[in-house]
Design a binder for this molecule. Sequence first.
Ligand code: ADP
Ligand code: MG
Length: 718
Amino acid sequence: MLEPSTPVQFVKGIGPRLAEVLAAKGIATVDDLLHYLPFRYEDRLNPRSVAELRAGEMATVIAEVRNSGLFRTRRMPIFQLTVGQGPTKLKCLWFNAPYLQDRFQPGQMLALYGKVEEDRDGNLQIIQPQFEVLGDINEEGGADEAEKKAAASLEIGRIVPIYESTGQGKLTPRWFRRTIRFALENLSPDLPDPIPAAVRAHLSLVSPREALFQVHWPDAGESFTDLQSSRTPAHIRLIFDELFFIELGLELKRREQKAQTGISFQLTPGVREAIKKILPFHPTAAQKRVLKEIATDMQMSCPMRRLLQGDVGSGKTIVAFQAAIIAIENGYQVALMAPTEILAQQHYFSARQILERAGYRIVLLTGSLEQDRKRDIRRHIAEGNAQLIIGTHALIQDRVEFKNLGLVVVDEQHRFGVMQRLKLMKKTDDDAKTAEPDVLVMTATPIPRTLALTLYGDLDLSVLDELPPGRTPVVTRCVQDERAPEVWDFVGKQIAAGHQAYVVYPVIEEDEENELKAARQMHRELREKIFPSLHVGLLHGRLDAEEKEHVMREFQRGKIEILVATTVIEVGVDVPNATVMVIEHADRFGLAQLHQLRGRIGRGAAKSYCVLMRGSKVSEEGERRLDAMVRSNDGFQIAELDLELRGPGEFFGTKQAGIPSFRVANIIRDRQLLEAAKREAAFVISGPNAEVSKDEIDRALREMRSRWALSYGLVEVG
Ligand code: ADP
Ligand code: MG
């Protein structure tokens, strides 16, 4: 008998070497293997007859090999295969595939899957279909007749699961089919269901065992459409299951945070006055509303855990400064953490402009400071002299002793995922010896609200959904490289009118391989040849911090008119006088990145222009990104498209950011199940009650903890 936790090695046909290959794909246990779902299904119960195929459709065809041959054209060898059903025939072609020559023998039965097309003479054909030689068990060798028959019965006359093969020779769809089948047949008969009965009833969930069987080997009556769109009861059970235990963890975390003792900041008339005094402009209605939400949290005795979401340029910084004043006026220290040193420096400049006038003591803690200086600053912080401490995440997390930290602001959170954030907060938790500091995280990633609520389920959400007044939308144009002289001409005119410009490149240094124009070389060219009478600065990640600071300051002061840069300026940089953003090789950048870059302009009253330069060869996806940028200024729209183009894993930066990587769920496709999971998780945690027993809750929590520990390495949750 196989238990879900049994290592895959003990499944028939998996030796230590294959086990290693599978482990690299995240398949370590029987449970992992059973959650390796088919990515599509073939209807081999009612396969299409060749006579009824129509051009343009995707179809599964079962037919017999008639003849095949390789012929050479001037450009490449083409392998042609003719299959038939009775008198009707169908042609299949593969390009550059001479290795198929010895693959087929007349009389073999094939299952073929691909897009049906018409050739020049109006005959139907399928180009490069996926195929399987049916009953071809000898491939794996050593099978007897009975096994052959049993194997064949898995492949015809039913709905057949198709698994993604892994590129490793042996791990074909057929291999997965047999191995998973074996694992299912030997699966321990009593799989406990860790989801409370009431929740199962709310969603009419089938049992885990039934779900696993049906998702791999659906009954003949199952809706084919539901199968292909992952909407069968079996799929829903498995997807909900995965999301439910993630949401349960987040929900529990949220409850625990609420139960901790934080600081009740006082909002006296004096504090209100101090907050108002610093404002260099009238706040927008959205800024007022959000500040109120934050202030309300800060007054409560449980610690604030709030996410502030606002598109680039919506004015998050000033709101953070206002929150900082509440804490400082109450006698506490504030830490403001930025993801990059440039951004930390910039916050430091604006903090000094806005807050130092009011007499607050501000320090900047950067990695490039000399040891002595760092030690000094650390002492200031420990003794409580420094009231606002600005630095990068790494620095502030790294053994800084605060005298009495009251508020932590984490800027541009979009570089961090849920899991990292949990760790980050954990860290601050440890530091506080008495009360928990409040935490405000700020992000410019316009995640759709429902997703934000569920993915950041442990945080409360505030949204700045209004731009400061007087902004005219940035005009965005896409321009071919040949027209660069016109673009430089335009940049020159904007500068003559008193404005400034950014010119962004995808790389710092030229490189023979990729032939991309690079920041360093173009900086020279722009400075010496194109704008010899102007000040052209250069900013990139390889400069040391002092140089970066110098360049940024010169640009901020208007001493530098044109700033040549890499994406180091992507996040947060704020120079309202800059009205032009030229991005070379724009198709090489991600959509979110382009939107962030464009967010650097259009920050003042003057009209701003974003110029996306492109060559003649641009990938299809690149075209779609450029097109989206020209069409829309709306961060939310762009984010939706970005999600679509890149998929959720990439979008949220699963790899660097430690967002849970899902086994079966897809948070875009499964949004509604995600919401249901959040709702049900909250319902379960609020128990026990008439519907959910204490035992059930304990069982669900145990399951949640073991999954979080296994998948995300976070034992401390709960
Ligand atoms: P982000 O939300 O992208 O961090 P910032 O906080 O950098 O945005 O603000 C963008 C720009 O808008 C800054 O120059 C800031 O001074 C200005 N700003 C913010 N709020 C207002 C307001 N209510 N009225 C006018 N300008 C504002
Ligand atoms: Mg910002």
